[in-house]
Design a protein around this ligand. Structure first.
Ligand code: G6P
Length: 442
């Protein structure tokens, strides 16, 4: 790779962009970025300008020679990029609100990456990401795609299954959030903690935990079994699990496990928010408009602390440490979404998994972690099947396949309820689901 790295960020007008800028500033010595291209769509132009100007002020304050380009022309932005990051939301927060509210109306968990909401986010996102991959193959075939766009697991699965593009890595801030949470519990610096993560995105388990290389799993499980681990991310408001359950599981859970192991409690809690008109999308809309008001301030030249209220906090650490390790061939261990290749037993070799991997210039090499705990295997496989069938529905636009994906999701109680929700969501999201609606008559 030549000196001076070109980064292209799709969905550059996102409120998360200052996270990324901060990451690039902090690691500039190791990762000399020379050009940052922030790309968005027409509807996001105003936000792109606001966030782009803040990015320029942050970089100027840091005194670094990073050029920031703002554009609506994706292909121009992709030309000769070294790394492409994606953080877009098809249909914006309005679509998220529907993903959350329609299932809740039918007493089913309404969440942006789990259950029916996760399926529909996948149906809207996958065709767009496959289009981006097509552009990358033409304009920057050697670049790495670091995908933060949700549902990151299903999206990575779709790229692996429906393209021959292999330089893709799905990335989530949940594992880094767990590492930081464990470091806080043990009262040690984050870089002394390493966790063997294995599973799927938003369905990942910590199989072992090391402090300075020595396993402290039993101690951490004891501490965690009394904690509400959903507090490791800002977007989930849960409760502590039964202590005996976590002890017997013998692994760390992730905050999203609350939806599966505490479905009734989470549903009751979310229904209260739904009735009050404050599902997470509404909370985030308010947070976003406050953030963008702050971003407009010409005197602001840092990432505002309010951004930490978003669930994706620490995304920059995860994204920039990953890009840095590929660029410098660091061979450190980081949790990413990548092709399984036998690393986790029982999951197909060609499927995407979230797993601790050695990060090299040739990409992630997953640690061979073998079996998941017996108690976790069934649920993980069920979610993997859901992701695969969801990805297939997104690509084919086949109604029955979408119904199958919805029905086998563990958060959906029956095929009948699945159909009711599917029909209502298809109609609500019609403008972002051309594959289901623009069939050529034969
Ligand atoms: C978590 C997840 C992300 C998700 C985010 C939502 O951190 O890992 O995948 O996008 O939360 O946060 P928000 O502030 O939008 O609810």
């Amino acid at each position: 790779m030549a000196e001076g790295i070109k980064i292209t960020t799709i969905g550059g007008g996102s409120s998360y962009t200052p996270e990324l800028i901060e990451g690039f500033i902090n690691r500039y010595e190791e990762l000399p970025v020379s050009e940052l291209w922030l790309v968005d769509i027409e509807a996001g132009k105003e936000k792109l300008d606001i966030v782009g100007n803040l990015a320029r002020r942050m970089i100027q304050k840091a005194g670094l020679p990073i050029e920031v380009h703002l554009t609506l022309d994706r292909q121009k932005a992709l030309k000769d990029a070294d790394f492409v990051t994606t953080q877009f939301r098809v249909g914006l927060l309005e679509a998220r609100s529907k993903d959350e509210r329609i299932p809740l109306k039918h007493a089913v968990i309404g969440q942006e990456t789990n259950g029916p909401g996760g399926l529909f986010k996948g149906l809207r996102t996958i065709p767009v990401i496959l289009d981006i991959v097509r552009d990358m193959k033409e304009y920057c075939p050697d670049a790495w795609l670091i995908n933060f766009t949700n549902p990151a697991g299903m999206v990575t699965e779709a790229i692996l299954r429906y393209t021959d593009f292999r330089k893709v890595i799905g990335l989530c801030n949940v594992p880094i959030g767990i590492e930081m949470g464990v470091a806080r519990l043990l009262d040690v610096d984050h870089d002394r903690i390493r966790i063997d993560f294995a599973g799927l995105n938003h369905m990942v388990y910590g199989l072992d935990v090391y402090l300075d290389g020595v396993s402290v799993k039993d101690r951490v499980i004891e501490l965690l079994s009394a904690e509400d681990t959903s507090s490791f991310v800002k977007n989930i408001d849960g409760q502590a699990f039964e202590q005996g359950f976590i002890r017997a599981l013998g692994a760390l859970t992730c905050p999203y496990h609350q939806f599966y192991y505490k479905t009734d409690e989470m549903l009751a809690h979310d229904l209260k928010n739904y009735e009050a008109g404050t599902t997470r999308a509404e909370v985030v809309k308010k947070l976003e408009s406050e953030l963008f008001e702050r971003y407009k301030d010409p005197d602001l030249a840092i990432k505002p602390p309010q951004l930490a209220e978003r669930g994706g906090a620490h995304y920059s650490d995860a994204a920039v440490r990953l890009i840095t390790s590929i660029y410098t061939d660091k061979k450190d261990i980081q949790p990413v979404n990548t092709i399984n290749n036998g690393a986790i037993s029982g999951i197909p070799d060609d499927s995407a998994v979230e797993i601790s991997s050695l990060i090299t210039k040739d990409g992630p090499k997953p640690l061979v972690l073998g079996d998941l705990p017996v108690a976790a295997q069934g649920l993980v496989m069920q979610i993997k099947s859901f992701e695969r069938i969801g990805a297939e529905a997104a690509v084919t636009g086949n109604y029955d396949t979408a119904l199958l994906a919805m029905t086998i999701n563990p958060l959906v109680p029956s095929d009948k309820v699945a159909k009711v929700i599917l029909d209502e969501m298809l109609e609500a999201h019609q403008e972002h689901l051309p594959q289901f609606f623009s069939k050529v008559e034969s």
